[in-house]
Design a protein around this ligand. Structure first.
Ligand code: SF4
Ligand code: SF4
Ligand code: SF4
Length: 320
């Protein structure tokens, strides 16, 4: 019997999601045994033309990681959708826009100006920006066009399932693969796979008492108690507003949860929910005192929406 066909693609991605697949260690051999891997640019030498030549819907499952940041990402998202029966948004960047989505807190012009003109490490004699088309003696070079707005995968194509995490944890990835291979009916379209339905706090061994706070700290500023909830100690931890599934990996390693598994079910905006969680633990009533306490939170927008700006209600800033 023919093996199901599997494709893995990375768009605006750091490569960590690809490494997470390799972190299956020897189980990667089981994946190779069970699937016919027909496209995986990071590991195997396939060309885009190979995919274009495939029949529509001839790939059974495509695990697509990375956000949609430029014209190439978007073109490949549409191509993989056409060629695949199931498309899975794999990892926080494809799921919610992720870290690349923080670029929506500024503008394309400001990014290009900083990177190609103003940054101290830039050597630029004439302030030239990259052009999408450049004529050279050998012919014309074409590079992708950077979009103004970073998007999550489901903002450009129809997505069947989501596997959250930055990156998804290998045991969760393996759980999903085992489930698919078992032949059991797949969950309803749109389901989140490889994650729980609760919050990270519910998997966390630290005791949370929802203490009232007058002061916030960055993790390096205090030696935290290893048994006490980090948020109770004044360290911003997104555990209350993050989906379970990773086993509270970060708080167990003395690092606050950054929210990479996304919002738990029925929470449309992770950052707004965190603002609400913080508001309820601030120990002050006068506006000046509240403001003084909130001023201690460094980069609240980037902290509360670290992975979710493109999927949030805000989506992007209009100007800076
Ligand atoms: S989700 Fe995280 S690990 Fe995966 S591509 Fe994005 S930044 Fe990298
Ligand atoms: S440390 Fe973070 S994840 Fe753990 S209980 Fe406290 S807020 Fe929740
Ligand atoms: S603890 Fe939070 S940031 Fe860390 S892996 Fe889990 S969901 Fe992601």
């Amino acid at each position: 019997m023919a093996k199901p066909k599997l494709a893995l693609y990375w768009a605006a991605s750091c490569g960590g999601c690809e490494i997470a697949v390799l972190d299956l260690h020897e189980k990667i051999l089981d994946v190779a045994n069970a699937f016919d891997i027909v496209f995986w640019p990071v590991a195997l030498d396939f060309k885009y033309s190979d995919v274009r030549a495939m029949e529509d819907k001839s790939i059974d499952i495509c695990l697509f990681n990375g956000a949609i940041r430029n014209s190439e990402n978007e073109e490949m998202a549409h191509l993989m959708r056409d060629k695949s029966k199931l498309v899975v948004a794999f990892g926080a960047c494809a799921h919610e826009g992720g870290i690349p989505g923080l670029a929506n807190l500024t503008t394309k012009d400001a990014i290009l100006k900083w990177v190609f003109k103003d940054s101290p490490s830039t050597v630029s004699n004439n302030g030239t920006y990259p052009q999408t088309h450049t004529r050279m003696p050998e012919g014309e070079i074409e590079i992708p066009e950077m979009w103004e707005t970073v998007k999550a995968l489901n903002q450009v194509i129809d997505v069947d399932y989501y596997i959250p995490g930055c990156p998804p944890q290998p045991d969760q990835i393996w759980g999903v693969i085992e489930y698919i291979l078992s032949g059991q009916p797949m969950p309803a379209k749109g389901a989140t796979l490889g994650a729980g339905d609760k919050t990270c706090c519910e998997e966390c061994p630290r005791e949370r008492k929802e203490k009232k706070l007058k002061q916030f700290f960055r993790p390096y500023e205090i030696i935290s108690d290893p048994n006490e909830c980090l948020l109770d100690q004044g360290i911003i931890c997104l555990g209350p507003v993050s989906r379970s599934g990773c086993g509270a990996l970060c708080p167990k390693a003395n690092i606050p949860c950054r929210g990479c598994y996304g919002a738990p079910p029925n929470c449309p905006d992770q950052g707004a929910k965190m603002v609400s969680a913080i508001s309820s633990v601030i120990d002050a009533h006068e506006p000046e005192e509240i403001e003084k306490i909130l001023d201690q939170i460094v980069d609240p927008l980037g902290t509360f929406y670290r992975f979710s700006v493109p999927q949030s209600i805000l989506r992007r800033v209009e100007k800076i």
